[in-house]
Design a protein. Sequence first.
Length: 192
Amino acid sequence: MRRLAASAHLLLRSSVATARRLPPDVVERLARDEDRVVRLFLAENCDDAPAEMLVEVWQWWDGSYSSPDRPYGHPNFPRRDLLRHADDPHPRLRQLALDDPDSTPALVERFGTDEDAEVRLRAATDPRLSAASAVRMLDDPDSAVRAMAARHPRLPVPVLVALLGDVATAEAAARNPALPVAVMERMTATGH
């Protein structure tokens, strides 16, 4: 494995990176590999992949069909000290700050107005987002953010019911977990 991990051939290095367990020196070498594919395979397959490399891969890869939870769901992905990314210029790193156990509702609110749509989208999925911000995000310029805001459980019921009456927002609003049972029963009884 050591010899193959040091090979000049990308195919050999990437094949080694798919191993579930590797010696620490091999993991270290592959985690610094110049080719993204090698680092990606290491993040998706190797239980020994280092945290720093997983965060680096997270910046440009959010999972595949074969490994949808990697690199973020990797057991070595850091879960603490993520608040240091709250002001990072890279939007994918910024949103990680919300996952730190010490993050606050104030950070969620701040990210709800972030310049990057992906960061706003992540804030719209956070249960700590205020009802007022969820309502405000219904007018977000990004359609995915608007749809996620329509699904936010803190969305006031009158606003949610109004969204159900609009063809453009009805589908997203119907997925809201806070949709009252009485409203669902009335919708099924009347056919809309």
